[in-house]
Design a protein around this ligand. Structure first.
Ligand SMILES: [Zn+2]
Length: 101
C-alpha cells in the first residue's frame, strides 16, 4: 500500500540507505529522507507518482523528464476526479503494492 499521508501528485521516494518510503511533494532533484536524513535522488529512487490515495494507485513516471513530472504533479494536486481519470487513461498505472510496502 501507499505510505501514509500520500496525496495525489506526490512522488513516492525510497531512501537509498534505510529503504524508507515516503510521499514527496516538492519538485527538487534531491529529497531528504524523513527517517534517516540522507539526501536521496528523487528520480533515481522514485517508485511512481500518486494518482489516487483512495484507490492506492500510482502512475509510472520513470521515463519522463523533470518538466513533465512537475506539470503532472501540479495537475494532479489541483485536478479533480475527471482530470485524474484522464491521466490514468494516458499514462501507465500500477497498483499501490508497487509504490509502497
Ligand atoms: Zn533513509
Amino acid at each position: 500500500m501507499l505510505p501514509e499521508h500520500s496525496k495525489p501528485g506526490d512522488t513516492i521516494v525510497q531512501c537509498n540507505d534505510c529503504g524508507h518510503l515516503w510521499p514527496y511533494s516538492g519538485s527538487n532533484e534531491l529529497a531528504v529522507c524523513p527517517k534517516c536524513g540522507l539526501n536521496t535522488r528523487v528520480m533515481a529512487n522514485q517508485r511512481g507518482m500518486v494518482l489516487s490515495s483512495d484507490e492506492r494507485t500510482c502512475i509510472e513516471i520513470d521515463q519522463y523528464s523533470q518538466t513533465v513530472r512537475r506539470a503532472l504533479s501540479l495537475g494532479l494536486k489541483q485536478g479533480d476526479r475527471d482530470y485524474r481519470k484522464g491521466i490514468a487513461d494516458a499514462f501507465p498505472t500500477k497498483g499501490g503494492e508497487y509504490c509502497g510496502i
